[in-house]
Design a binder for this molecule. Structure first.
Ligand SMILES: [Zn+2]
Length: 77
């Protein structure tokens, strides 16, 4: 299973290179504050008012509605 081993090493390397982020954001519509983590994947965090949301991924983020980024931090592994 040589190819399998190589794949595993590549995955481990990618894991090492990516840094998880934590973003604190505020919904412009209602002012509620939220925290999003990039290591929780495939999940858009939507404000209780339903007007805004943030989907944080490792390499990009997707927003819905109007949000204000308050703080962006790197998470230590
Ligand atoms: Zn809101």
């Amino acid at each position: 299973m040589y190819i399998g081993n190589v794949m595993l090493r590549i995955i481990k390397l990618i894991n090492k290179m990516t840094k998880h982020r934590k973003v604190t954001w505020e919904c412009v519509n209602c002012g509620r504050q939220h925290r999003s983590y990039s290591n929780r994947r495939w999940e858009m965090q939507i404000c209780e008012c339903g007007k805004s949301g943030l989907d944080l991924e490792e390499f990009y983020s997707r927003t819905m509605g109007e949000i204000k980024i308050i703080k962006e931090e790197e998470l230590k592994k």
